[in-house]
Write a protein that binds this ligand. Structure first.
Ligand SMILES: [Zn+2]
Length: 114
């Protein structure tokens, strides 16, 4: 389950920030996750429950912001929401498009407690 390794790397980043700022723990954390980042919300929840206790993120409030994937058609320039990576342009049917957003997986905000 790759969600677990993702949560572990979030814990690592949080631990680094806590150490860097001489804080005690994290009070709240905000994550930004693209709808095409390959993250299953349920699996993420499960991984979070499993990996977070006894870390600097224990008890931290968690906010997840999902970013709807959008693409720009290479044929006509139309921008549209996509649910999967190869989706034809709704205007011209072109399959080649540039992903504008939707693969994000990052820590957007972190509040520390000293
Ligand atoms: Zn198009």
């Amino acid at each position: 389950m790759h969600e677990l390794s993702i949560v572990m790397s979030i814990v690592d980043s949080a631990r680094e920030q806590v150490a860097k700022h001489g804080a005690a723990r994290v009070e709240s954390i905000g994550l930004e996750i693209g709808t095409l980042a390959g993250i299953e919300p349920d699996a993420l929840e499960f991984a979070w429950e499993a990996a977070i206790p006894d870390t600097v993120l224990s008890g931290a409030e968690r906010h997840i912001h999902y970013v709807q994937a959008r693409a720009k058609c290479a044929g006509c320039g139309h921008e549209f929401d996509i649910q999967q990576i190869f989706e034809p342009c709704p205007l011209c049917g072109e399959y080649f498009n540039d992903l504008l957003q939707g693969k994000e997986l990052k820590i957007k905000t972190m509040t520390l407690v000293s």
